[in-house]
Design a protein around this ligand. Sequence first.
Ligand SMILES: NC(=O)c1ccc[n+]([C@@H]2O[C@H](COP(=O)([O-])OP(=O)(O)OC[C@H]3O[C@@H](n4cnc5c(N)ncnc54)[C@H](OP(=O)(O)O)[C@@H]3O)[C@@H](O)[C@H]2O)c1
Length: 344
Amino acid sequence: MTSTTELLLQPSRVASPVDAPALRWGILGPGWIAARFAEALRHHTSQKIAAVASRNTERAAAFAADWEIPFVHSRYDELVARTDVDVVYIATPHTLHFEHAALALEAGKHVVVEKPLALNAHQARGIAELARFKGLFAMEAMWSAFLPKFDVIDQILSHGMLGEIGTVMADHGEYFDADHRIYDPTLAGGPLLDLGTYVVYFAQKALGQPVDLTAVGQQANSELNGQISAILTSPTGAHAVLNTTILADTPNLGAICGTAGMLRTEGVFYRPGDFTVSLRDGRSARFVDDISGYPAGLAYEAAEAARRIAGGQLESPSRTMADTVSNLETLDELRRLLGIEFPS
Ligand SMILES: NC(=O)c1ccc[n+]([C@@H]2O[C@H](COP(=O)([O-])OP(=O)(O)OC[C@H]3O[C@@H](n4cnc5c(N)ncnc54)[C@H](OP(=O)(O)O)[C@@H]3O)[C@@H](O)[C@H]2O)c1
């Protein structure tokens, strides 16, 4: 929905998630995000959850009871072997995404893998190649990319409404207690992969892949990076000024600024929510979102995957494997600049 003062924004072209063909999903790793994804599927789509797998049978059984899932497995390989599962949603920690995506693809299953798709661009290319080789669908669950809000932003950018983009700003800061998995170096903790992937997504949407990066980091403790501030320079010389931290809550806002005007989010930039466009000629418009955040926003990624899989496509044009690899290349470079090491 759009409310305008003079300036007209194109409506979103994203269809309702409820209308997507109903596929049978298997869930690997019934943790925090998997619960929100299951709730999104149950209440905001026509998708079916056929089975869930956990390393712990009781955890899987409790999850299955919460979301009325008929089959429970205590081994991930058992779930991917099921003949009544069309697509596997992988919600394990990112250190395991490559292994679990490969497990599902080798078993002949389409995959939707939580963000970040993998630990690095090399692993992401491996998943993309294996999916292509097997003739299977693969997609990173970068949920922002499938939201109506970002379809409207895409149209604003492709129509050049903001003029030549010179500056992008985005921050994603969330305070975590030290017992959260994000503090675990063996799970590739720190803000870079969990949170930084979103600010890089936002920057690259407006500016493409950077040609130059600078960054400074702050340690959370002796073993773990806790905060990153970075400037990405585009081929045209434009700047993206980005911050991500696990040491404090930050406004989580995004802005895209050009010679003709500015777009700024009114709330957390990567979630559903309103944004305003203000042009230098005095016109302005506000995009008013119909959806709130979790879990409804996660329905769009599931519906997109279901539509593409049902249509025989191997990727989503809203989040191609090339987009994902490009995002991880930037994260790799930030990691190199800051000397951040992940488990091999
Ligand atoms: N899209 C979003 O908004 C969003 C939000 C949060 C997180 N995420 C992403 O989703 C993924 C999972 O995050 P989460 O916060 O849901 O994590 P979580 O609550 O810790 O859940 C991860 C699950 O992975 C399974 N697992 C398998 N091997 C594991 C191991 N060696 N160590 C720990 N867990 C293991 C566990 O399930 P079992 O032990 O039961 O098998 C656990 O429930 C991450 O990649 C994260 O970046 C996305």
